[in-house]
Design a protein around this ligand. Structure first.
Ligand code: KG4
Ligand code: ZN
Length: 341
């Protein structure tokens, strides 16, 4: 049994956000400081790993200092994968140094589990816990995964993307159109002025599997741009966004029906997308399924979600979660693994 005010310092550095957060009693996020490296990567239209590592190294100490202040902590949690090796190493060194110095245990958290648990926050508090069993759609810049989640820490990965992640497809299409990085919000803003049925981009449903594939849609956009002298950027964006979102929604609902769940959770950076939210909401309501979206302010990478993922592990797996040997290895290709019942 954890004490009521058990305090976790979370650290996140898997991609292009350097973040530290303090979660008290598994309920209240008293800080969640995020340094976004977007400006550093903007001119390259994507994350440059070497620049990301340097920026994490440069910022981690001040981000942790801002988040932690003089607060006492009982545990340090950090995202030990999946992600870019350089960033993961910076997170690990920071987490281990602090944990040793403060003489508290350390927990390694899967970044993608963080995206799922971020769905539990509301205005910086864990308002209502997730309801199970559920189907989770995790859609970010680096990952697109569909999980059947029976309970806390009980995962069956149904499918992943075979090539580009959904966010990556948004970013690449933005680049083709000359829109700045990150592409998701830019494409989405352009799409509001366009016609969603202007261009018939493919919907890669890959029947018989729960996998995704988004590189074909991106290639279709590039062929369309090559073959048309004048194009309406809003129409391309609207049609592309429609194709991606319809595909995500259809497959998620098929999985929800197959696994007979009444709940869906959608997390990750792309979960901020308004069309995705709208289509998922409409289609789920028709089937009596309730959808929980991550709040927009917690959708992109942040350490609050890492701290909560650690809390859930401690709560459900108890001492086992803390018994891991030091050092906790980083793993750029870490897969989600069950730890609950
Ligand atoms: O989860 P996240 O912050 O980082 C990773 O773990 O990858 O996700 C970032 C991704 C980027 O690809 C970005 O373009 C996308 O999320 N994104 C969006 C939107 N906001 C962010 N994609 C579509 N629509 C949005 N509104
Ligand atoms: Zn992420």
């Amino acid at each position: 049994m954890l004490k009521k005010d058990f305090t976790i310092l979370g650290i996140e550095s898997t991609c292009d956000e350097t973040s530290a957060a303090v979660l008290v009693g598994g309920k209240k996020l008293v800080s969640n400081v995020i340094y976004s490296q977007i400006e550093e990567h903007k001119k390259y239209h994507g994350v440059v790993p070497e620049l990301a590592s340097r920026a994490h190294a440069a910022k981690i100490a001040s981000v942790v200092e801002q988040a932690l202040g003089k607060k006492p902590i009982d545990c340090v949690a950090f995202a030990h994968g999946p992600g870019l090796p350089g960033g993961l190493m910076v997170g690990r060194v920071a987490a281990e140094t602090l944990a040793k110095f403060k003489k508290v245990p350390i927990i390694g958290v899967n970044h993608l589990e963080g995206h799922l648990f971020a769905c539990e926050f509301e205005n910086g508090e864990v308002a209502s816990p997730l309801q199970f069993p559920l189907v989770a759609l995790i859609v970010s810049g680096g990952h697109t995964e569909l999980w059947y989640v029976k309970g806390y820490g009980n995962y069956k990965v149904l499918g992943r993307t075979r090539d580009d992640a959904a966010g990556e497809a948004f970013d690449k299409v933005a680049k083709l159109l000359g829109l700045p990085y990150p592409g998701g919000p830019q494409v989405s803003a352009q799409a509001l002025k366009g016609k969603r049925d202007a261009i018939d981009f493919p919907r890669p449903l890959l029947p018989g599997t729960w996998e995704f594939s988004f590189s074909g849609i991106k290639t279709s956009v590039s062929y369309y741009l090559r073959d048309h002298k004048t194009v309406s950027v809003p129409d391309v964006c609207a049609s592309f966004e429609q194709a991606i979102c319809e595909t995500l929604v259809k497959k998620t609902l098929q999985a929800a029906e197959k696994y007979k769940v009444k709940y869906i959770a959608v997390g990750g950076g792309v979960a901020a997308n308004s069309l995705l939210r709208q289509l998922m909401e409409q289609q789920s309501r028709k089937r009596g399924i309730s959808v929980r979206f991550v709040p927009r302010n917690m959708s992109s990478d942040n350490a609050g979600m890492i701290a909560l993922a650690a809390w859930r592990q401690l709560e459900h797996a108890g001492a086992k979660a803390l018994s891991k040997k030091w050092p906790i290895a980083i793993n750029p290709n870490l897969k989600v693994k069950s730890w609950g019942k």
